[in-house]
Structures are given as C-alpha cells and as structure tokens.
Design a protein around this ligand. Structure first.
Ligand code: NDP
Length: 328
C-alpha cells in the first residue's frame, strides 16, 4: 500500500518536499486488530503543529513515519469480535491507503443516513470542537450575539449553525465574498464579514450592533483583535485555533485590555482531551445532519498523492469547507 511520511520539518510555510510518498507493507493481523482500507483522509490545521519539533500539547509527528490523521474507510479483515469485513469505520490511520489498528482505536459508523465522509467533519472531530466550545465554554443563550472566525470551515460552519439553532445571532468572519455568501445563504448565519475586504473593524461593528457576547476564535491575529474590541461585558471566548500564526510568528494582539475592562472569561481547549463529551455530542451532531438541520460543504482532493498540496492549500484558506482526500 502507499503512504505519505513526514520527510522533513517545515521552516515557516509547509512545502511539498516536507512529505514523501512511498510504498509500505501491512503488518500481519494480530488478535484484536482490524485491517482497514481508507476511503477518506481528513486534513486538519493541527497537523501543522505536529510537523514542528516545538513543544506543544501533543508529541511531534516523527520523521519518516506515516503522517498522522483521521481516516474513514471499510474493514477488509478483522480479528476483533466487534468488527466484520465491510464495516464502515473511522480511525486515526494517517495519510495511507490502508492500515491496521486495534479495534478499540476504531469507531464503527452508520452510513445509512449520513455519508461516510461526514464523520470526519460535521459529525466528527471538527463538529465536536464546535459543540464543545459552544456548550462548555461560550454558554451562548438565546438572543445573544455569537461570532466565529474561519466561519465557512469545518469547525466554524458547525459553530454558527448550532448557535442559530439555540436562537443566537450568529455572525461569521471569513475570507472572500464567496465564502461569506455561503455562510449566510447556505448555512443561515445572520451576517458574515469578509476580513480580506479591508474594513474589518467597521464591517464587524456593523454586523454586531449589540456587541459580541460569545466569541469562538479560530484565526487569531488581526481577526481576533477586531473581535476582542467588540466584546460585551462578561463575554465568553473559546480559543479553538489561531491558524493565522501556524506558519510563522502570530500577529500581536492590541486589544488585550478588553479582557480586564470587560471582565471576559477566555479559555483555550483541545477537543480530544474531552472524550467524555463525545458520545453525547456526536449523537446530537449526527441527528442534526440526518435531519437536514446541519449543513456542510467539503473540498475533496483526488488521490493520496494530492494530500500535501491540499494540506498546504488548507493553511492558506484555499479549502472551502471540510478538506478531505478521497482515495482511489
Ligand atoms: P477550516 O476548514 O476552517 O480551514 C482553515 C481555514 O482557516 C481556511 O479555510 C481559512 O479560511 C482560515 N485561515 C487560513 N489562514 C488564515 C489566516 N491567516 N487568517 C485567518 N484565517 C485563516 O479548518 P478547521 O475548521 O478544521 O479548523 C479551524 C480552526 O480550528 C483551526 O485554527 C484549527 O487549528 C482549530 N481546531 C482546533 C481544535 C481544538 O481542539 N482546539 C479542533 C479542531 C480544529 P478563510 O479563507 O475564511 O480565511
């Protein structure tokens, strides 16, 4: 089978030569293990952090090993009583066409009502990040104004829709008119501000006439700074990601004083550290997707070899919705 390994660590922006496509041989299946043929790979911004040797909340990706990542596919052989050939499963098999995992590291999913790929996005880890932030950090109530950056993306699109479902005013921030139109027209947000249009603060002020009660931060930098200046007293901020700084030095934040003056609660979180919430959150998300109440968009790159360029594009905002790779 083919896989992509981390060939070298990026300095600044990720480049195609940081990866290497190679052939490998599957290990022999042991008791309790399952062999999976991957159909979709999930590409996620956190992978940029793992490519670096800098100390973080999780260990670095090792050189010359399969790139880490979420996967969705079908069981091809099983020596685990809970899995049979043909079962649809999600796991963490990385950037590879196939892999072997212990059964307890795989989750069986129902593709009867939801597409397999959705378990990597809206009904998977990104959806859970939105669900966790909204429910456990932002405590958004009906009538409040909620703002989310990277609003057309895998996490942001779910956050705004969940906020709307509980009666909040949902305002997105996204890059470009096409993404902003999608966020309002297709996803049903009340407004979306194009941070690339050059009037971020004025446009965000116009979109949040009553200020911001709860902020879900995905971008960092100037986008975060502008949102901070719109916060209401006793506002809540969930820091989910700071993607604008992943490939270099993060931009300085000038409005840090708002945290004090407005008595704001701010909490960063890593959704994989709250697995106890996943059964409830995933069930809610899956039910909403199946009922057509949670919409999602995907950008699907064709074939394993396309993963490095698709990942580089993701870090530059070239994806539109959840970035996946479909394996041939
Ligand atoms: P997205 O699908 O939103 O894709 C990333 C998007 O980030 C791009 O499309 C782009 O949208 C935006 N972006 C890229 N560069 C910049 C920049 N310089 N300034 C502002 N925006 C930028 O990815 P995800 O939904 O998967 O992830 C969104 C965020 O959530 C990331 O920061 C990620 O690290 C974080 N995350 C955190 C988790 C946690 O547990 N804490 C779990 C999952 C995700 P645009 O064109 O609109 O700028």
């Amino acid at each position: 089978f083919q896989r992509i390994v981390l060939a070298s660590r990026p300095r600044g922006e990720v480049k195609a030569e940081n990866f290497r496509l190679e052939s490998a041989i599957l290990p022999e299946l042991q008791d309790g293990e399952v062999c999976v043929r991957n159909q979709f790979l999930s590409l996620d911004p956190y992978m940029r952090g793992r490519m670096s040797a800098a100390k973080s909340y999780a260990a670095s990706q090792e050189l010359d090993q399969t790139m880490i990542g979420g996967t969705a596919g079908r069981v091809t052989a099983s020596r685990h009583p809970d899995f049979a050939e043909g079962d649809a499963v999600v796991g963490l098999l990385g950037w590879a066409e196939a892999g072997v995992a212990r059964g307890d590291a795989l989750r069986k999913v129902d593709t009867g009502t939801i597409a397999l790929s959705a378990y990597l996005g809206v009904a998977g880890m990104p959806g859970m990040a939105a669900w966790y932030g909204l429910n456990h950090i932002m405590h958004a109530r009906e009538g409040e104004t909620v703002v989310v950056s990277a609003a057309s993306g895998a996490v942001g699109s779910v956050l705004g829709q969940l906020a709307k479902l509980r009666g909040c005013r949902a305002v997105g921030i996204a890059g470009g008119p096409e993404k902003c139109a999608h966020v309002v027209v297709e996803l049903g947000f009340d407004a979306c501000v194009d941070y690339k249009a050059g009037n971020l603060l004025a446009d965000l002020s116009a979109a949040t006439p009553d200020g911001v009660d709860a902020l879900f931060e995905n971008a960092g930098g100037a986008v975060f700074d502008a949102a901070l200046s719109r916060m209401n007293g006793f506002g809540r901020i969930a820091v989910c990601g700071l993607i604008s700084g992943y490939s270099g030095a993060p931009a300085p934040i000038h409005n840090i004083g708002a945290l004090l003056i407005k008595r704001i609660s701010l909490r960063g979180f890593i959704v994989t550290e709250h697995l106890e919430c996943w059964p409830q959150g995933l069930a809610e998300l899956a039910a909403l997707v199946a009922a057509g109440q949670l919409r999602y968009r995907e950008t699907v790159a064709p074939g394993l070899a396309s993963a490095p360029d698709a990942f580089i594009g993701l870090l530059k905002g070239q994806n539109f919705g959840k970035q996946l790779v479909r394996l041939m």
